[in-house]
Design a protein around this ligand. Sequence first.
Ligand code: AGP
Length: 588
Amino acid sequence: MCGIVGYIGKKQAAPVLIEGLYKLEYRGYDSVGIAVSDGEELRIVKRIGRVKEIECARRERGTVGIGHTRWATNGGVSVENAHPHSYKNIVLVHNGIIENAEKLKYDLLAKGEKFYSETDSEVIAHLIADAYSGDLLGAVMRACSQLTGSYALAVFSTDEPRMLVCARMHSPLIVGKAKEGLVVASDIPAVAEKDARLYTLNDGEFAKLEGDELLFFSAAGRRIGKDTIEFDLNEGCVEWNGRHFMRKEIDEIPKVLQASRLEIENDSCFSDFYKVLCQTEYIQIVACGTAYHSGLCLKSAMERICRVPTEVCIASEYRYSDPIVAKGTLLIAISQSGETADTIAAVRLAKKRGAYVAAVVNVRYSSLTRLADVVLYTQAGREVAVAATKSFNAQLIALYSIAETVASVKGVKAPSLTGLARKAAETIAISETVRSWTPYFVGAKSAYFIGRGADMCAALEGSLKLKEISYLPSEGYAAGELKHGTLALIEPYTPVVAIITRRDIAQKTMNAVREAYSRGAVIFLVTCFKEFCDEKEVTASVLIPKCPPDYSPILSVIPLQLLAYYTSVARGNDPDKPRNLAKSVTVE
Ligand code: AGP
C-alpha cells in the first residue's frame, strides 16, 4: 500500500527516486510523484498513473528528494491527492492511514489553514509545519505524537534542505547508507546495492539523515543503535523481458517446490518449529486472501492426516472477534509479504493472549518475521505479479511438510510429498489447454468453481484468481452447497469449473456438476480421474497427475491460475497489476 523512497547525497536525487519507485510499484500504482530540492528551489512532479508517467522528472536538479507511488485510501485518484504533499516549508510522503485525520483537519481548518487534497497525509504536513521552529526532527516527533493509525513517513523542510527525517508506525520502512548517499524506502530492493548498510525502523522510531550521518531515535527521543540487516542483492533483480510476470511465476512453480523441499530438509529453523508443533494440541491459522486459502488447505490436511483440530480465521475478522486463545495454542500466521496489516494485528492480539506464533512468510525482514516466535520462510523467491501464484504453491508445500512431520511424531502414516515438483511441471504442460477455455469466460456474466474437501480450497483460490485479474464476478463454492441457493444463479452458458481429486467423494461432486449442467451451465473439469473427463456433461477437461488427495491443491490450482491469466489477457487487462489492488496490503 503505497511505496515511499527518499535520497540525500552526492548524486542527483530524481533518477535514484524514480528507479526506486519502479521497484516499489507493486505496492500501489494509481498515481506517482517526486519532490527534489537543490537547496534553493523545490520541484514537485506528480502524475496519475504509473511510475513511467514521471520519467520526464529525471532531469529535475537537486540532491535531496522523496518519492511516492500511491494506492488510494483517503481521497480518490487525482493529481491533488498524489504525493508528495507540502505545506509551508514541509514536504512529505506517507504510507498508511491516519485514523484521527478528520478530527485533526477540523481543528486545523478552524485555525484558518487551507487544504488542497482530500488526503490524511496532507494533515500530517500541516501538523509538522505548525510544530516546526527550526528543528525538523522535533517537529516530526511532536506531530507524530498526535497521530492515531499507521504511517511510514519521509519528510524534508525547505528550511533545512540537507536533512531528511523518517518515522514509522505499523508501516514498513528501511533506512540506510549507500555508496553515495543516505536512503529510505518502504522495501529493501528499492535501495539495495552492493556494500549498502541497511536498517529497519521499528514502530515508534525515528531516523534523521543529514549529510552522511544517519541517526536513530526511540519514541522517547533517545539516540539508539541498530544492527544492519542482511539482504540478497538478487532479490531485487526482477528485470524480465517477457510479457507478464504472472505467467513466468506460474512457470517457476516446479523450481519453487524443489527448493522448498531442500530448504525444509536442511533448515534448522524447521526443526525448532517442528518441536513446537509436535507438542501442540490445537492450531489457529490467521491469514488473508490467497494465504487464507493456504490455511484452509493446511486445516484439511492437518485434521484428516494428523487429527489435530485446526481453525482457520480471516485475519481481519480474528482481530475484532475477541478470539479464544486456549492455553497451548499454536498460531500460524501465513503471509507472502509479511506486511499485511490485518495479519500483523491478529498476531499481536494472539501473542497478547498467550499464543505461540509461527510465521510462514516469503519476504525476509518483513514485519511479521520480527513479531513471530519462529519463522518458517517459504521459497517462492520474489513474486512481482499482484496475483499470488508460486507463493501459494510454496506456502502449501511448507504447510504440508508441517502436517507430514506432525504425522510422523504421532506415529501416523502421512502420504509422501516427493515428486510434486515433477508433477507440477507436467501439470503446467498439460494445463496450457485451458487457454482454449477462455472464450467461454471472456464474455460470461459470472463463473463458479466447485469442489469438496481440499478441492473446495482449490476452488476458492481459483475463483479469487479469476476475479482479481479478469474482473469477472466469480464464486468458489462447496460443491454440495450449490443446491442450497447459488444454483439459482446458473443460467445457460454460465461457466462452472469443477475440481475432483478425491476418489471417495468424486461422484458427490459429479452430482453438483449434473445439477449445474441441467440448468445450462458449461462444465469444465480439473481432475486426476480419466473417466470423468469423458462424461457427457463435461465440455472440456484437464487431466492432472495423480497425487495424494490431501495435497492435491498444489497441482489442481495450476490450471486455475492459468485460466485466470489467459482470461485476464483475453479481456485486455494487465494481469500483473490489476486495478484497485496492490501486492502488499499494509493498511486496514
Ligand atoms: C492474492 O492473489 C492476493 N493478491 C491477495 O489475496 C493476498 O494473498 C493477500 O493480500 C495476502 O497477502 P500476504 O500473503 O502478503 O499476507
